[in-house]
Design a protein around this ligand. Structure first.
Ligand code: T5A
Length: 215
C-alpha cells in the first residue's frame, strides 16, 4: 500500500497578546477548506506530560526559576511533543498546526533571558534533529498594543509580567529570526484591525497551500 505523503508543519509565533490564538481558527479553517486534515496543538504543552510542565513554566511566579532550568523544561516538553504528537501526525500525512515552537525559545529564552543562541541551537539539534516548521506566521506588534490586548484576557503569566525591556528583546529576536529565514517565516503586522489581519492570514495560508500543491 502506498504511504501518504508527509504532512506539513505550520507554526504560529509572536509576542503575548499579538493575536495568535484568535487567528489559529482562521488558519485551521483555511486549511480544512482545502481538504487538509489538521492536528492542532501548542507549546509548551501538547501532551499530558508537556501540559504539566507548561503549568510549571508559566505559573510559578513565586519561584525564582533559573533560566537554564526554564530552557531545559521547555525542551523536555518539546521532545515528548515531537515523539508523541508531531512526528506521528506528519508521518501519517496530517498537517500539524502548532501555537508556538522553537522560534519562541530563541525569542524568549534567547532574546528575553539572554541565554546564548548557540546553546539553544545545540538543544534544538538534539531534540529536533532535522525537524523544522515548513511555514511560520509571525504576528508582530508594538509593545504597548501587545500589553493592552493581553490585559483584555486572563491574569498575566510569568512572561507577560516581565519588564518592557524583556518584551522589546523578544520582539527584536523574533524579527531577527524572520530576517534569517525569509523562505519560512511570514511577518504579519498584527497591530492592524482584526479584519485586515484575518484577510492577510487567509491569503498567506492559501499561498502556501498552492506552493505545496506545486511541489
Ligand atoms: N514560551 C513559549 C517561551 O518562553 N518559550 C517557548 O519556547 C515557548 C514555546 C506561552 C508562553 O510561553 C512562553 C511564551 C508565552 O509567554 P501562550 O499561551 O502562547 O503562552 O501565551 P500568549 O502569547 O500570551 O497567547 P495568548 O493566547 O494569551 O495571546 P495571543 O494568542 O497572541 O492573543 P489573542 O489572540 O488571545 O488576542 C489577545 C486579545 O486581543 C484581541 C483578542 O480578541 C483578545 O482579546 N485581538 C485583537 N484586537 C484588535 N485587533 C486585532 N487585530 C486583534 N487580534 C486579537
Amino acid at each position: 500500500m502506498a504511504h501518504a505523503p508527509r504532512g506539513r508543519f505550520v507554526t504560529v509565533e509572536g509576542q503575548d497578546g499579538a493575536g495568535k490564538t484568535t487567528n489559529l481558527s482562521v488558519i485551521r479553517d483555511t486549511l480544512e477548506s482545502s481538504g487538509i486534515h489538521v492536528v492542532q496543538t501548542r507549546e509548551p504543552g501538547g501532551t499530558p506530560w508537556g501540559e504539566a510542565l507548561r503549568e510549571l513554566v508559566l505559573n510559578r511566579g513565586d519561584t525564582d526559576i533559573a533560566p537554564t532550568a526554564e530552557l531545559l523544561t521547555i525542551f523536555a516538553a518539546r521532545a515528548q511533543h515531537i515523539h508523541q504528537v508531531i512526528e506521528p501526525a506528519l508521518s501519517a500525512g496530517k498537517w500539524v498546526l502548532c501555537d508556538r515552537f522553537t522560534d519562541a525559545t530563541y525569542a524568549y529564552q534567547g532574546g528575553g533571558r539572554g541565554i546564548s543562541l548557540d546553546v539553544i541551537a545545540l538543544l534544538e539539534d538534539l531534540v529536533q534533529g532535522e525537524l523544522q516548521p515548513d511555514l511560520t506566521l509571525l504576528f508582530d506588534i508594538d509593545i504597548d498594543t501587545s500589553k493592552a490586548r493581553a490585559r483584555q484576557r486572563s491574569e498575566a503569566d510569568r512572561f507577560e509580567s516581565e519588564q518592557d525591556s524583556f518584551k522589546q528583546a523578544v520582539r527584536k529576536q523574533y524579527l531577527q529570526l524572520a530576517k534569517q529565514n525569509p523562505q519560512r517565516v511570514r511577518v504579519i503586522d498584527a497591530s492592524r484591525s482584526l479584519e485586515q489581519v484575518v484577510r492577510e492570514v487567509r491569503s498567506r495560508v492559501n499561498d502556501f497551500i498552492r506552493t505545496v500543491a506545486r511541489d
